[in-house]
Design a protein. Structure first.
Length: 468
């Protein structure tokens, strides 16, 4: 495929590219920004003989989005790109139409033949007149004609001759994610780790920044060339490629995102992963909360139940993150979180798993992490009645239902707990009466905070009205 700006003819672009060597892109610092969605922004310096005016060079960037290639040097601009999706023999043949090759006929015999055209292949043998359709044998490729990575012919317009140019482009594959460890107890703290997956990215000695935030996602583009999945090496942990644990400096808030810069430069090897600390351990004291989900469905009618219904008691951990404290001032990228606690023998145990969304500085943090073993609950519908009004004066018919519930909570722990019993419903509804105060959290949520003594039970009753 060809991407040529301002109407640059394909034939001229190919003729210019035919005389240009593949250049190494290893001069100057390389900087990479990874986003959690898999997008990669690369900034690097290419060694390339760029003439004054118009010229074309062949460069090896690997897989990238040709339309994103941009010059970062004033006076140089990209006016056209022709990119190869991957290194295949067919692609190399198209680049070498008119070249004479050595052809392996047998273990001891070779002949020479010239490639005349493709689609279909047409060859002219040196030892026999005429034109032959089909490959005359196995091609013996000179090493200098086989690039290590997919190449692209780039057409430049420059105000002067140069031997290098700074560029920026987007690619795909590499990504990162955040992982947290919340430790409970008197020495409670929060650790954060960045897990970086190289994917298909192949870059040496790069400064790495991690982008946290939602920057949107474009529709898949035909301008992104991807190698076949079979070529990607199996994922492995790089035993000699870990970033040393340490602070990632929060460099700045850019737009509506946050950037984290790794303390060490990394070399990306396809198929490997790296880890690095997001921050020094932050003092964090979480309080455990218990939540019983409601009986009402969020939308639609209020239905009649049969018998008692056991309901799981959800466990959540709450962290109050006030600004002006290390924990409160830290922006936390979305990621997975694990909760640990000590047993009586002093051994650390994994007691919960969950996830968090992007959490801005100062925002409270709630971690939903499984269900309680020792705190249980049973809800029983004790009353149910409905009435219906007929449609009049253009108004639709409506149904009104009232229902009463009894919730019995059991606490097998040696300490008292408070369980938040929830009811959630959208539309017209209300709590008519209850044995404990009904706290209206929003138009759709009402809660009852039920204290449950140690090794004891507690009961809350309430009556609701729903119209649909």
């Amino acid at each position: 495929m060809t991407y040529a700006a301002r109407g640059a003819p394909l034939r001229a672009l190919l003729l210019l590219a035919a005389c240009c060597p593949v250049v190494a892109a290893a001069q100057g610092p390389t900087s990479v920004t990874l986003s959690a969605s898999g997008g990669v922004l690369v900034r690097r310096t290419l060694t390339s003989a760029i003439a004054a005016g118009g010229s074309t060079t062949t460069i090896g960037l690997g897989e990238f989005m040709p339309a994103s290639l941009t010059s970062l040097d004033a006076g140089v601009r990209v006016v056209g790109v022709r990119a190869d999706g991957e290194v295949t023999e067919e692609m190399l043949l198209r680049r070498n139409i008119g070249r004479t090759f050595e052809i392996q006929v047998s273990d001891t015999s070779r002949r020479r033949a010239t490639l005349l055209s493709m689609d279909p292949e047409r060859w002219q043998r040196a030892d026999r007149p005429g034109v032959f359709f089909g490959r005359p044998g196995r091609i013996v490729w000179p090493a200098e004609l086989v690039p290590a990575t997919p190449t692209a012919d780039v057409s430049w317009q420059s105000d002067r001759a140069r031997d290098r140019v700074r560029v920026m482009y987007q690619t795909d594959g590499a990504s990162w994610s955040a992982s947290y460890q919340l430790f409970l107890g008197a020495a409670g703290h929060l650790d954060g780790t960045a897990l970086i997956n190289s994917g298909t990215l192949d870059l040496a000695d790069a400064e790495v920044q991690l982008l946290s935030g939602d920057i949107g996602r474009a529709q898949p583009s035909a301008m992104m060339y991807k190698a076949a999945a079979a070529r990607a090496p199996q994922l492995q942990i790089a035993s000699n490629g870990f970033a040393e644990a340490g602070n990632i400096t929060i460099t700045e808030a850019v737009g509506e995102t946050h950037l984290y810069t790794l303390p060490n430069r990394l070399s990306f090897i396809p198929g490997t992963t790296f880890t690095s600390a997001l921050f020094e351990p932050l003092v964090a004291h979480a309080d455990r909360r218990f939540v019983m989900p409601g009986a009402l469905q969020l939308y639609g009618p209020l239905n009649q139940d049969t018998g008692d219904r056991s309901a799981p008691i959800m466990v959540a951990y709450h962290l109050d993150r006030k600004l002006g404290t290390p924990l409160g001032d830290a922006p936390l990228p979305a990621g997975s979180i694990e909760v640990y606690d000590l047993d009586r023998g002093g051994r650390m145990q994994l007691v919960g798993r969950g996830s968090i969304g992007h959490t801005a500085p100062g925002a409270e943090l709630f971690v939903d992490a499984g269900t309680s073993f020792d705190v249980t609950g049973v809800r029983t519908q004790t009353e149910y009645a409905t009435s219906r009004t007929t449609a009049t004066a253009g108004l639709p018919s409506r149904t009104t239902a009232t229902s009463s519930y009894r919730v019995v909570l059991h606490n097998a722990k040696d300490s008292a707990v408070t369980v938040e019993v929830r009811e959630d419903h959208a539309g017209e509804w209300s709590v008519l009466e209850s044995s404990l105060p009904a706290v209206k959290k929003s138009a759709t949520r009402t809660v009852f905070n039920v204290p449950v003594p140690a090794r004891d039970s507690a009961i809350v009753t309430y009556r609701v009205r729903v119209v649909w």
